[in-house]
Design a protein around this ligand. Structure first.
Ligand SMILES: NC(=O)c1ccc[n+]([C@@H]2O[C@H](COP(=O)([O-])OP(=O)(O)OC[C@H]3O[C@@H](n4cnc5c(N)ncnc54)[C@H](O)[C@@H]3O)[C@@H](O)[C@H]2O)c1
Length: 335
């Protein structure tokens, strides 16, 4: 049985807790949280020991894996603490706010001989996984262009509204947009040039982005932001255009993805054929990514989905998009 220490008792920690409960061979043995109200609600619900000091948790509990569900500006500090105590680390996306921090996280985990996986959850999300498999099998022929989008209301749950402060979260340009940037990297490989335009919030945060990326001739157009208004439902999706077909999927699932079952089918269109609704694995992708990490750790397999390298590439692209929006110029990656 692997023992998990969960860091944070906020929004995504609750999602992870539900996921860990279903992962065979794993048990959340304790959680760390500094906000007393959040801590007591979490403890009432899950009945697991609470610590307001991570060092004390590490001293008192026998832990194998540390699951970091803390605000992004804390990811490096807690990864370093966990790795230096030889604990494996699962860290929520974005890996960090700067490439320098992210590289340091990768280095310390390598040096300490512990695993590091980043929760780039679209790599486990049924429709995204299936669409990539179909692309690999040639279902749309040669990919010419990818559109992806993710739109929501401003997040309201974060403690002290840390997520709305660009210096703590990176803004939607980094926090939310990174999901689709990582997915398009997964489909198309190394991004080469990015041009983005965006909208800034009153806190000067790039919170709505329209990003165009060139992957050596194949183009991607990615829209992401959390400036929607009223009852606008959480909306995400993609369209993959190839020279032989098109794959399309979209979802408008409640205000905060709580109605995930209300998504539309993944559809394949090809000339001369009736449109086909594709079968997709229906399983909670957050559970799947945690189960995957546990399997990697337990069976000494390398992490291949959600690697630090993939997370760093996604972060570099998000930062380049933000820079492009700021400067009004194209930004070349790798320079
Ligand atoms: N993969 C996904 O779909 C997804 C979705 C939401 C959030 N996230 C990521 O998960 C991480 C946490 O986001 P969240 O939405 O759960 O945030 P949240 O604000 O709901 O939760 C963060 C928790 O960390 C605690 N915390 C501990 N020390 C803190 C400190 N010094 N300052 C502020 N909070 C502190 C807070 O009290 C809170 O309970 C972020 O990196 C975010 O980008 C990922």
């Amino acid at each position: 049985m692997k023992k998990i220490a969960l860091l944070g008792a906020g929004f995504i920690a609750g999602v992870h807790m539900e996921g860990w409960k279903r992962v065979e061979g794993a048990e959340v043995c304790a959680f760390f949280e500094t906000n007393l109200e959040k801590a007591s609600a979490f403890q009432d619900k899950y009945q697991i020991p609470h610590y307001n000091s991570f060092s004390r948790l590490l001293e008192e509990e026998k832990v194998d894996i540390v699951d970091i569900c803390l605000p992004t500006f804390l990811h490096r500090e807690y990864t370093e603490m966990a790795a230096s105590h030889e604990k494996h680390v699962f860290c929520e996306k974005p890996i960090a706010l700067t490439v320098e921090d992210a590289e340091a996280m990768k280095r310390i985990c390598e040096r300490s001989g512990v695993g590091l996986m980043v929760g780039q959850v679209l790599r486990f999300w049924g429709e995204y996984v299936k669409a990539r498999e179909l692309v690999e099998e040639g279902a749309v022929g040669k990919v010419l262009s990818v559109d992806a989008f993710r739109l929501s209301l401003p997040p309201t749950w974060s403690v002290d509204s840390w997520i709305l402060k660009p210096e703590l979260s990176g803004g939607a340009a980094v926090d939310l947009h990174i999901h689709d940037l990582d997915y398009v990297n997964w489909l198309l490989g190394e991004p080469q040039v990015v041009f983005a335009q965006g909208v800034r919030s009153p806190q000067n945060s790039w919170d709505h982005m329209v990003t165009v990326v060139n992957y050596g001739g194949v183009i991607a157009h990615i829209e992401g932001g959390w400036m929607m208004r009223g009852d606008f439902p959480f909306t995400c999706g993609f369209r993959i255009l190839g020279d032989e077909g098109v794959l399309e999927w979209s979802s408008r699932a409640g205000v905060n993805i709580e109605e995930r079952e209300k998504t539309s089918p993944l559809v394949l269109y090809r000339n001369g054929e009736a449109k086909k609704e594709m079968e997709v694995r229906e399983e909670d992708p957050y559970y799947l990514e945690l189960e995957y990490f546990l399997d990697c750790i337990e069976n000494n397999k390398p992490v291949e989905r959600g690697t630090p390298e993939q997370a760093i590439l996604a972060l570099r692209l998000a930062l380049a998009a933000r820079q492009s929006a700021e400067e009004g110029e194209k930004v070349k990656l790798g320079e």
